[in-house]
Structure formats: C-alpha cells, structure tokens
Design a protein around this ligand. Structure first.
Ligand code: 2IT
Length: 446
C-alpha cells in the first residue's frame, strides 16, 4: 500500500472531517508494514475498501418540547462494516455530534469489535440532541421520534445499537419501546437493555471493568501491580463509574474524576459511597461536578481544569475524544505517570500518543481498552438468541477472558524490537486481520 497516497486521498475525500482523518490515519500508519508484508490485502484493495463506510444514514428528528415549541435535530447511523457480523455500536446524544464524529466512531468500532473475537461488525449512531437539562418527557419524545426513523434500518440480524455518551438504560428503554410498538417484535435489537426485558448482568459495569482488566495486563507485562497506585479518571459517567468500582476492589486509589466544568482532586480517595454519589450527580443531568466538593469538603474542585495536572501513576481518560492532548501528556509524564489507559474513544490526540510512546509510557488505545463494553453487548446478544441469562460470574469471567485475549493480541502484533509494547499498532493490526480476511473470503461485496 502507498501510505502517502492513501493519506492524501483520505484528506481529499473527507474535507472538514478531522476526526475521521485522525482515526483512519492512525490505523494506516500502524498497519502499513504488515499490509506490505502480506500482498493479498493490496490485491483485493482491502485498505481502500475499509476506509469507506458501507452506508451513512442521516435523518431529521422533530419533536415537541415541554413549552410546546417544535425542535429539529439531526439523527445519524453510520453502518461502517458488516464483514464479521451485524453492524454493532452505540448511539451518542451530544451537542457536538456531526457526520465526522459518527464516521470516526463507526470506523473505530469496526476494529474494536473485531478485537473482541465476537461476531459483530462496526456501526455508530447518534444525534446532536443535547440531553443536558431536558425533562424525562422531552427525552422520551425525542427517543421515540429518533427510533421512528432508525427502526427502518436496524434489526437483531442487521444492526444492533446500544448506549454511548448521553444514552443510558433510560434512553435505551424509550427507544426499545418505540421499536417494539412499530414493529410488534420483542427482539434483541438493542443492547444495554433493562435486566427484566432482555438485558445482561454486568453490561452497565462492563466498559469500566474491561478497561481495568486490560490495565492489569499492562501492569503484569511490566511486572507491576495495581494495589496502592494513584489513578486519575476523567468524566463521571457510566464508564468512569465502572472503572472506579473495579479500581477500588483491586486496591488502587482513585484521586480524580472530572466533568465539563472542571475536576475533583480527593486525596481521601474516591471510593464507596462517593462512587454512588457520582451516579446521583450524573442522574441530575446538569452535567456539573462542582457539588462534589460541597458534599465532601476535603476534596478540591479545580474549575475549568483537566485532571491530567494531578500527580498520579495511572491516567484513565473516560470522557470524550481528544480530551488529553500533548501538553496534558507532558504534565502526566513530568509527574511520574507510567500508564495511560485510553477508555474514551480516541481520547488522546495523535501528538499526545506519539509523545507518550516516545517516553516509553505504557499506552493502551481505546479500541482495545474499552472493548469490554461492546464485548458484553455481544454477550447480551448471545443470551437474547438463546433466550437464557447468564449469572454475574459467568458474564464477568467471559469479559475477563476477552480482555486478556485482546491484551495478548496487542502483545503479539505490537511488541517492538526493544520489548516495548506498542498497543496502538498491536490493536490496529489484530483488529484489521479478521475484518480484512473476512472481506477477502466474501468477494467484492463492499
Ligand atoms: O463505544 C462503544 O464501544 C460503545 N459505546 C458500546 C457499543 C455497544 O454496542 O455496546
């Protein structure tokens, strides 16, 4: 493959889509040697084909707010790649959602889902609907209107959405209800469902748990252990919550969480009832973390700042893309941080990753570290198909096995001559192989 030409074409074909270009460029740069060693991929133009989403749906979502005013939003579903299974990926409700966001997330999802070893293709959806401060009725009417259109394009064997930023169990419930109302079918068309109606145990915790299981692999690879480590998380949503629970269980000390308004430094550790309080703050849907410092006066709140300036051993970005830039990475390294576990999708900028790798920091990319969420969605799909439910222990064991396997694959394809594990390269190559080989087997069909 001609890397220079592919990147030039990528930039020309996707004008004003910096996120998609960032995600795709990272993959191209890390798989180039592998692809050139295996000529079959060029013969079948796999790289050119994988760069093009199979389908991009954009639709209008109108709804009536509590004051009776008509609101208009945009809805999206990017069906990126179906080679190894039905499209699978979350739905994001966030004011910054646009086609670029959806494309980069769907692209990442294809590689991530491949890494899980479960039969799931890659997709992503969402809307620029901003849930902040919306009433329950408004959220329900929005979800119903959104699903009225989306249901034309999804199904348990074609495309199975789930939650993401701004979409939790409540929104999945509203969307599931509308799908069922229109189609008259109670099927596994969404994951992240409630336990009483087809959901899986451990799915709520899975993204955070999985990321910490992955971190355990990173520590083990360096003969290190988790107990007593100081950890900064960003965000205070579902992902940070799951990570905080697992970190507490394993004896690490979480000292930071963050919100759009700033970050909390709590030297007493964010554990126990404080993790429960995080979920209460999230449930207010005001998107502010400042009240934490009022409730726990020993904690300090730094308005408008990011947690990467705190002195920690481990940083776990759990919020949103490009939340950790080179300057942040420099501060972390200067303070002795040894591990960065990207748990948000593309949470670090490209130059932050380059910097961390140049300092031989152990860095895990989101598509490997956060794959536990979608992996457990895959397990939810399996349970739906069997019409059975597994216990917590069964799901958790499978999740652990999947995360260990992803770690092993990153080591297999990403270990460099000096022994440094380039997890970005390892994840991209391992994720690529399965999708690429399936595409070759299936002929020129996308
Ligand atoms: O980014 C992600 O992997 C998710 N939001 C979860 C997707 C899923 O289908 O469970």
């Amino acid at each position: 493959m001609d890397l220079k030409k592919l990147i030039a074409d990528l930039e020309e074909k996707n004008p004003a889509q910096p996120l998609y270009i960032q995600a795709a460029k990272e993959v191209l740069e890390t798989i180039v040697d592998f692809v050139n060693e295996n000529p079959k991929y060029d013969k079948y133009a796999i790289v050119e084909r994988i760069l093009e989403p199979e389908r991009i749906l954009q639709f209008k979502v109108t709804w009536v707010d509590d004051s009776g005013k008509i609101q208009v939003n945009r809805g999206y579903r990017v069906q990126h790649n179906m080679a190894i299974g039905p499209y699978k990926g979350g739905i994001r409700f966030h004011k910054n959602v646009n086609q670029d966001t959806m494309k980069f997330l769907a692209f990442e999802q294809t590689f991530k889902n491949s890494l899980t070893t479960l039969p799931m293709g890659g997709g992503k959806g969402g809307s620029d609907f901003d849930p902040t401060g919306k009433s329950e009725g408004e959220v329900m009417r929005f979800c119903q209107s959104f699903m009225t259109e989306l249901q034309k394009h999804i199904g348990p064997e074609t495309d199975v959405p789930a939650g993401d930023i701004g979409v939790g169990a409540r929104e999945v419930g509203f969307m599931f209800g509308q799908y069922k109302r229109i189609r008259g079918e109670h099927v596994g068309v969404l994951t992240g469902k409630g336990l009483n109606w087809g959901g899986s145990l451990i799915r709520p915790e899975a993204t955070g748990f999985g990321s910490i299981y992955f971190l355990q692999g990173m520590l083990k690879a360096k003969n290190d252990t988790i107990a007593g480590k100081r950890v900064a998380l960003s965000g205070f949503g579902n992902v940070a919550w799951g990570a905080a629970l697992k970190l507490e269980e394993l004896g690490a000390k979480v000292v930071c969480i963050s919100g759009p308004d700033g970050y909390i430094l709590d030297e007493d550790g964010i554990a126990g009832e404080k993790i429960v309080y995080m979920t209460e703050l999230l449930a207010t849907r005001n998107n502010v973390l400042a009240p934490y410092a009022t409730k726990y006066p020993n904690a300090k709140f730094f308005a408008g700042k990011k947690p990467w300036e705190a002195k920690v051993d481990i940083a776990v970005p759990c919020a949103i893309q490009n939340e950790l830039n080179k300057e942040d990475a420099e501060k972390l390294v200067a303070n002795g941080c040894q591990y960065v576990v990207e748990t948000s999708n593309m949470g670090c900028t490209a130059d932050a990753i380059t910097f961390l790798q140049s300092k031989k920091i152990s860095f895990a990319p989101g598509k490997a570290a956060n794959a536990g969420g979608v992996a457990t969605s895959g397990l939810e799909m399996s349970q739906n198909s069997m019409k059975l439910s597994w216990t917590c222990e069964e799901v958790d064991e499978k999740l652990k096995g999947i995360m260990n396997n992803i770690h092993d694959n990153c080591v297999k394809y990403g270990t460099e001559k000096d022994g440094y594990i380039n997890y970005v390269k390892g994840a991209n190559i391992a994720g690529f192989i399965k999708v690429a080989d399936a595409m070759i087997d299936q002929g020129v069909a996308y």
